[in-house]
Write a protein that binds this ligand. Structure first.
Ligand code: HAM
Length: 457
């Protein structure tokens, strides 16, 4: 037996199905806003993260999995996907046409050497979006509302959107000066992390959770008093648009985010499950003004967010938000005797190639054991074939739930399945995440469902 590497976990069977469900809902929602998928490498040059996430961030200072490859290059397992996505936009010359914004979504594993705890892993999965080429703050509001709506699509009801602005560079520099003056009176009495942050990135002191330090931090100057007119206007535009969209938020002037590339609006989606468990931020993001240029692109700004799939899945599990995602087996093929077993692969092949899931009992069990196996596999129909059935070219198809059975001619099997599943299909729930019956007639076709989701069964 080999142990798991600390901070990692297997995602298998039902849990893997739940992860896929979350990813599909998030991807479909991003597509509703015109985003397209980006799949970038898990390994990138270490320099990429030093330049983007920043050398004063905890991620770069303490949490990166960095190693030299056999050619002596410094390589890092990505701790986040924003940097790789923007790098790929530059490398693939997507900015050449100047047709902004470039909108990308992504999903995949990230790695951070953190202390493993509830909702915090060393290998975890992120879904995120980047909108590169933001020229108006309405776009920031659109990105935030997309994140919010994605979570609504997953069934999250009592979301808490925390929002703040880090202002533009001018405002931020003035604010940092004021913080320096204020904290220099107390820094000797504050925790070691604060002392380090005082030197590296004073804004991050506002993040400190140590109780004694909080009393000092709560009385520190607020960013609002240092915002330039344009920074104030940008933030107001975001808030007004969120108001218009009916999205509730809490302004949190201590929200500064742990990555160095942010400027302007920053936000986090928080959620406490109905069981009272606080998962911290299930998603977070913000506006960045220099990142694209720093990574070799034009002088344009961007905005994005990322969500932790593990955190979403835990909350959804706690709050019973996974509905209608059972994985049924359409047909369980039960061959009786050697001859039927020999024929079963060809019959199953026809069923599968017609789009129905099918498993075969090749273990030559008795009928009752085969039915038990079918039940354990959540089979909807059992297809029973023995010598008589092969001779007469008529099979027995049994509904596992109602126990009703019918005789089906071999050459009509797929037509019969089509009819049976078309009936079942009609009152199926739509998988877009909204809690409504899907009434569209093209549920199986490559068509838009009336609810707006673009799904094929
Ligand atoms: P972040 O806040 O570092 O932002 O991570 C985004 C989300 O990833 C978090 O809210 C959390 O749900 C999840 N997450 C982070 N660390 C862990 C962990 N150790 N275990 C489990 N889940 C975790 C970013 O990564 C930015 N790139 C977001 C962004 C995109 N900003 C602009 N565009």
């Amino acid at each position: 037996m080999f142990n798991l590497v600390k901070g990692t976990h297997d995602v298998i069977l039902d849990e893997a199905r739940k992860y896929s469900y979350i990813e599909v809902v998030l991807e479909r929602t991003a597509e509703l806003y015109g985003y397209k998928e980006f799949r970038t490498p898990i390994i990138e040059t270490s320099e990429l993260f030093l330049r983007s996430v920043g050398d004063s961030s905890d991620i770069v200072r303490k949490e990166m999995y960095t190693f030299d490859d056999k050619g002596g290059r410094s390589i890092t397992l990505r701790p986040e996907i924003t940097a790789g996505t923007i790098r790929s936009m530059v490398a693939n010359k997507l900015f050449a046409m100047q047709d902004y914004p470039i909108k990308g979504y992504y999903c995949g594993p990230c790695f951070r050497y953190e202390r493993p705890q509830q909702g915090r892993y060393r290998q975890f999965n992120q879904f995120g979006v980047e909108c590169a080429g933001v020229i108006r703050s309405e776009r920031d509001a659109e990105v935030i509302s997309m994140g919010y709506n994605s979570l609504m699509m997953l069934g999250f009801q009592n979301l808490e959107l925390k929002i703040n602005t880090l202002g533009d560079e001018e405002s931020r520099n003035k604010y940092k000066e004021a913080l320096k003056e204020y904290f220099s009176q107390y820094i000797d009495t504050m925790c070691e992390d604060c002392k380090e942050r005082f030197k590296l990135n004073i804004l991050r002191i506002l993040d400190c959770k140590v109780k004694e330090d909080r009393e000092i931090i709560d009385k520190a100057p607020k960013i609002t008093d240092f915002l330039s007119e344009s920074a104030k206007k940008d933030f107001d535009t975001v808030l007004t648009n969120l108001d218009k969209l009916g999205i509730k938020y809490t302004i949190d002037h201590e929200l500064v985010r742990g990555l160095d590339y942010y400027s302007g609006v920053v936000f986090e989606f928080h959620y406490t499950s109905s069981q009272g468990k606080n998962y911290g931020a299930i998603g977070a993001g913000g506006h960045y003004n220099k990142l694209i240029h720093e990574l070799g692109g034009p002088e344009i700004e961007g905005c994005g967010y990322a969500m932790g799939i593990e955190r979403l899945a835990s909350v959804m599990e706690d709050d019973n938000l996974f509905t209608d995602i059972e994985q049924f087996l359409d047909v369980y093929l039960m061959p009786i005797g050697e001859r039927a077993i020999n024929e079963s692969l060809s019959i199953a092949n026809v069923i599968r190639m017609s789009g129905y899931t099918c498993d075969i009992c090749l273990e030559n069990k008795g009928m009752s054991q085969m039915f038990k196996k079918g039940e354990r596999r959540d089979a909807l129909y059992a297809l029973i074939i023995g010598d008589n059935e092969l001779d007469s070219h008529k099979f027995v198809l049994k509904n596992m739930m109602s126990q009703e059975q019918i005789e089906v001619k071999e050459n009509e099997l797929i037509d019969v399945l089509d009819d049976l599943f078309a009936e079942d299909e009609h009152d199926e729930h739509c998988h877009c995440g909204e809690d409504h019956e899907c009434e569209c007639e093209n549920h199986h076709d490559d068509e838009h469902c009336h609810c707006g989701c673009h799904h094929k069964e």
